[in-house]
Design a protein around this ligand. Structure first.
Ligand SMILES: NC(=O)C1=CN([C@@H]2O[C@H](COP(=O)(O)OP(=O)(O)OC[C@H]3O[C@@H](n4cnc5c(N)ncnc54)[C@H](O)[C@@H]3O)[C@@H](O)[C@H]2O)C=CC1
Ligand SMILES: O=C(O)C(=O)[C@H](O)COP(=O)(O)O
Length: 350
């Protein structure tokens, strides 16, 4: 079996070389029809667009994407062509929740917001949104949820219309997949009309996909103070992002909310599991992220402790200083571990 693997997928080399007869490593944006032509499987990330143009006439029968989102896969073409694809549901959801937790703490620390007096609206309550809801409740926030597909399917009353979130929330955070069309379309879900409907001058957070928010409408909302701040991890037209927006946001990061080493290891393991499952291969591998340099956190406050574990300001400063390095900042991302990796967290003022 021949497998083409994105060369920025970590912790994969030893395992995949045991599983496959031939492995070729390629930069995500450089997968071409010639490279994939005689491959049986691809293991990709969001940087590889798997569509007719890439796959037609190839031997590829299976694609694993080491990501949660799969909007870079033309699922209809794959269905027609008999190509099976798998994503890695939930793999880095705890990492995105960590990003949100640190961001909310920074809003309290630096912007004088009192989280326990604020309402957060969560748009999309799947793997990520549910964990973000937990984090927000732990921080004492009132939480309002919006999830149209779940509301339709489950018929329960935990969910609210987007309009209610627009009216009552001080923070609005997006955790929906990118759907370009259909009943649950999320492309430009936050457009000019949405920003006009806001009542409490909220902070907008987007870690879903850039296209969920219309960039020009967001810029206008910042200019006219319909929103007080924006925290943006995902952008329209990555890596050529809107620099005016980057300079105006409170936190602007290069699509790394899901980049904890824990999340990356989960993604790699899940991709290998689905590849083995698809081809009926029995293989043993153990994918674990490296230990943190120091597994003991000592801090004066719990906020400081969480920011020692992950502080989005560092990623934001690096991007603002060198936006042209968007892809390099992602490709060479430093080791970041989630809370469970630390053996002791000692806080003097709990
Ligand atoms: N910035 C980053 O590094 C990362 C970004 N993501 C993005 O976040 C998205 C969400 O991730 P998960 O929670 O794991 O996905 P998920 O599939 O578990 O949950 C998505 C939720 O959104 C809901 N939804 C779909 N359409 C909606 C609509 N029109 N209005 C309201 N809710 C809607 C779904 O019913 C579902 O409950 C991914 O699709 C991906 O694009 C995911 C991981 C990392
Ligand atoms: O999992 C997703 O969905 C994401 O957006 C990823 O965190 C992005 O990961 P890469 O494609 O950059 O590996």
């Amino acid at each position: 079996m021949k497998v083409i693997v994105d060369n920025k997928i970590p912790f994969i080399k030893e395992a995949i070389e045991k599983i496959a007869d031939e492995v070729v490593y390629v930069t995500g944006k450089d997968f071409t029809p010639a490279i994939v032509k005689d491959a049986d499987a691809l293991i990709i990330r969001t940087r590889t667009h798997c569509n007719r143009e890439l796959l037609e006439g190839s031997r590829v029968r299976f694609i694993a994407t080491a990501t949660i989102g799969f909007d870079h896969i033309d699922t209809e073409y794959c269905r027609q062509a008999g190509i099976v694809w798998k994503n890695a549901p939930g793999c880095n959801s705890a990492s995105v929740a960590q990003y949100l937790q640190s961001t909310l703490l920074l809003l309290e620390l630096l912007k004088g917001k009192k989280l326990s007096e604020m309402t957060i609206g969560i748009v999309g309550v799947g793997n990520v949104g549910s964990k973000v809801a937990e984090v927000a409740r732990e921080l004492g926030m009132r939480v309002l949820l919006n999830d149209l597909p779940r509301e339709d399917e489950e018929g329960n009353t935990d969910f609210n219309p987007l309009q209610l979130l627009a009216e009552e929330c001080d923070v609005l955070t997006f955790h929906v997949p990118l759907y370009k069309e259909g009943k649950y379309k999320t492309f430009h879900l936050a457009d000019g009309a949405f920003f006009h409907s806001l009542k409490r001058c909220p902070v907008i957070v987007n870690t879903s996909r850039g296209e969920v928010i219309e960039t020009n409408a967001l810029l206008e909302a910042l200019k006219t103070k319909q929103i007080s701040d924006a925290v943006i991890d995902v952008w329209e037209n990555e890596p050529d992002i809107n620099l005016t927006l980057l300079n105006k946001v409170f936190i602007g990061t290069p699509h790394i909310a899901g980049y904890s080493a824990d999340g990356k290891a989960n993604a790699t393991r899940m991709s290998l599991d689905s590849l083995c499952d698809h081809f009926g291969i029995q293989a043993e591998y153990c994918i674990t992220p490296p230990e943190p340099e120091n597994s003991i956190i000592t801090a004066a406050t719990s906020t400081e402790a969480y920011l020692q574990m992950y502080d989005p300001r560092k990623d934001s400063e690096a991007l603002k200083m060198h936006p042209e390095h968007f892809e390099q900042l992602r490709g060479n991302y430093p080791l970041r571990r989630e809370k469970t990796a630390f053996s002791t967290i000692s806080v003097s003022t709990p």
